[in-house]
Each structure stands twice: as C-alpha cells, then as structure tokens.
Design a protein around this ligand. Structure first.
Ligand SMILES: C[S@@+](CC[C@H](N)C(=O)[O-])C[C@H]1O[C@@H](n2cnc3c(N)ncnc32)[C@H](O)[C@@H]1O
Length: 403
C-alpha cells in the first residue's frame, strides 16, 4: 500500500496561497525558485515522460549527477507540492501533481494577463538568462577560441568535429571543386563555416558584398570572383589573427577589391544602405546579441539588397548546454530556433525571409559534437534523445524592401 508522505503541501492545506507581492495568482518565490532550476525542470520532464511513479534510483539513472543530488532536487519539488511522494515498503515513489501545477500556472497566466499590458508576441530569442549574460565576455571567449584555432595546425576549434563551424573540409559543407580550384590562391583555405552561402546565389558583377565574420576569407574570395573588378567585397571580423590570415589569402590571390575591416557584427563599421548583399557563414549563432546583428544587416543593405546566410539553429537546448563555453564557440550553445531566426529578421524590417536548405544533425552526430567538450557526461546519447535536442545547419535568405 502506498502512503502519501508529502508533509509540506502547506499552501493548499493551510489556505496560505495568497499570492506573491499581494497579487493573487502570482506564485511565491519559493515555488518559482523550485521550478527555475534547469536540473529540476529536467527531472520534472523525465517524470512526465515516465508516466508512472518512479523511485530516486530509477530517476537518477537518467542524469549525469549523483543520486544524493537528485534526491535533494526531488525533496525541493516535493516540498513545493509539485511532486507527490508516496512510500511503498522502504521505497519512495515520485510522480507529478499535474492538477496542482496546472492550477498554479493558469492562475499565474491570468494574473499576468489582468495586471500587465500585453506586449507584442515575440520575445523571440535568448531566454532571460542569456539576456543577463555579459556579451563582451562571450565575444572574448569566442575570439580566444578562433585565435587558437587559426594558429593551430589542425585548425579545429573543437576536438573531433565535422560539419559545424569547426570543420576544416570545405567540400563537406557544400563547396564545389570548381569554386575551390578557381581561387587563384591556396584551395585549402580553412573554413569554419557550416554551409556555402554563395552557392546558387544571384550575386552579379559590380555588386557590393559584405561578409559578416569572414574568418580566413574563403567566402570573400569566392564573392570577389562573382563581383569581378567592378564590384567590391568587404569582410568584418573581430579576431585579429583571422583578419591577418584573410589578408594573407587575399594578397596571394592578387585581388584588389577585397577589404577586411576589424569590427563587430553587432555594430558594423559599414555605411548605411551601402551594400547589395550581406553574406555570412556560421557566425550569427555566435553573437550574444542577435537582435542587434539583424538590425545591422537591415541598416547596411541598400533598399532592394539581399541577405544570404548559412548558420546553425537549434531547439530544446538545455541551460547546462547553453552555459558550456566550448560548445558555444563550436556553434552549438548559442543557437536560436529557426522560427526565432525568421522572426528576428522580419522584426528588423527584412522581407521574403525564407529557408532554402536545412541539414538536421542525426542524434549520433550531435552526440559526438557535444561529447567533444571534456566536461560533458558519457551518458549524453540518452540525454540528447530524451530531451529532444535538435540542431541543424540552414541557409536563410531575406530582402530589404525598397520603401
Ligand atoms: C565559425 S567562424 C566562421 C568563419 C568564416 N565565416 C568561415 O566560414 O570560415 C566565426 C568567425 O566569426 C568571427 N566572429 C564571431 N563573432 C563575431 C562578432 N560578434 N563580430 C565579429 N566577428 C565575429 C570570428 O572571429 C570568426 O572569424
């Protein structure tokens, strides 16, 4: 027989739920704290999926942390009434108190709707935690990674990757032999991209092309061939060593109309309405301030100008993964979803926003990328599947309206 052992369902039992800050319906800070921890949320999600009550030892198998830590998290959730704890013999079984949870969240939603003016839908990227992240610090980390990557012999920014922004094999990510052999310079220019933004693009002779984060300059040189001597190509990158490498490659190629400027993609050193094309390859995902990047793209494009970008997107990226700086630089942890990307570009004023290519990573590929970061648990395969973590490389295009 099961005996209920939740001793702390105090709010309902003692009628103490008067709401936080005098606003009925707003849960108190202890409840909010209980559900604002990423591990506890994962435990909760696990119990929802399990559908049946589970013992601590069963639950703990699914997490790369000690059983005693899982037990502490369970106690917090139990004490706030979120989980039901029932004793059977010596074992305690935990299950989710759905009705309690939905009544709390329904009350919360209606309290907010009734007291706060409704904002435009679309807090579209970066959860509140990311907003607090120090953008400068993230950029410093990214810069450090790419400085090291371009200075190393194997050139990778992570240990065992293919196809993300750590790739060094241009052919693997969509560059043709023709493109690579016609550069008048080293056809093995390292790429840290995740696609080929210029493939099938309509860049024409005489156009002005701006590349956000050109790295060692492969796309700059491909663009230079397309625009010819009457056109102009500009790259903006923040990493000095990358800029030096790009300049070296440009010099060897002997092209005169390619220029690399040092700067941030969030604050482009480029005149407004001055470029026909903005291209970029696996860079915007690295920005901690994507909203600014999207509005800078809209600013620098000429009316009628276009953007074509290869980049990484993702869904269900858990907080612990977002916090991992190695995987941030490996173009995984900073991703936003495809939907957020599209709405971000539209919000910046761009139109005809569409995705023309999408390569979704298989869970095995994703697992090996995530595992390349040393501090990640060995059990990542199961976690990737259970949490439905999804990452894809996409090619996305947009247009700046004429008026
Ligand atoms: C993943 S690599 C991609 C390089 C290049 N697009 C390619 O395909 O090989 C990222 C590049 O973007 C640059 N970068 C990252 N964040 C940046 C930012 N916020 N502003 C300017 N450059 C940035 C890095 O210095 C690096 O050269």
């Amino acid at each position: 027989m099961m005996t209920q052992i939740n001793k702390h369902l105090k709010k309902e039992q003692k009628g103490e739920d008067k709401g936080c800050c005098g606003i009925p319906g707003i849960p108190d800070s202890r409840f909010l704290k209980a559900v604002s921890d990423s591990t506890r949320l994962r435990i909760l999600a696990h119990l929802v999926e399990a559908k049946e009550p589970q013992m601590v030892s069963e639950i703990a198998k699914n997490f790369p942390i000690d059983v005693s830590v899982v037990s502490r998290h369970l106690a917090i959730l139990r004490d706030e009434g979120i989980l039901l704890a029932e004793k059977q013999g010596k074992e305690v079984y935990y299950s989710v108190r759905y009705e309690f949870l939905s009544s709390i969240f329904r009350g919360f939603a209606s309290a907010i709707e009734s007291c706060c003016p409704s904002k435009e839908k679309g807090e579209y990227f970066m959860n509140s935690k990311e907003k607090k992240i120090n953008a400068k610090k993230i950029r410093e980390e990214v810069k450090k990674t790419y400085t090291e990557a371009i200075s190393r012999k194997n050139l990778s920014c992570c240990s065992s990757l293919e196809k993300t922004c750590c790739s060094t094999k241009a052919k693997d990510i969509g560059y043709s032999e023709d493109e690579l052999n016609n550069l008048s310079t080293d056809s093995n220019i390292p790429t840290f991209g995740c696609g080929n933004p210029l493939a099938y693009s309509e860049v024409r002779e005489g156009d002005v092309v701006l590349d956000l984060g050109p790295g060692a300059g492969l796309d700059l040189l491909i663009a230079a061939r397309k625009v010819g001597p009457s056109g102009q190509v500009i790259g903006v990158d923040m990493t000095e060593e990358m800029i030096a490498k790009a300049k070296e490659n440009i010099k060897v190629a002997g092209v005169k109309n390619v220029e690399v400027r040092k700067g941030l993609i969030e604050n482009l050193p480029v005149e407004s309405s001055s470029v026909d094309w903005v291209i970029s390859n696996c860079v915007i995902n690295l920005s901690p301030e994507k909203e600014k990047v999207f509005s800078e793209i809209a600013r620098v494009l000429k009316p009628g100008g276009r953007m074509v970008v290869s980049d990484m997107v993702g869904e269900n990226i858990p907080e612990w993964l977002r916090e991992n700086k190695n995987l941030y630089s490996a173009c995984i942890s900073g991703v936003i979803s495809e939907k957020e990307y599209l709405s971000g570009l539209r919000k910046a004023g761009l139109e005809k926003v569409k995705v023309s290519e999408r390569i979704v990573y298989q869970s095995d590929e994703l697992e090996s990328i995530i595992k390349s970061s040393p501090e990640i648990s060995k059990d990542i395969k199961r976690i990737v599947r259970e949490q439905n973590i999804k990452v894809a490389s996409i090619k996305i295009s947009a247009y700046k309206p004429i008026s």
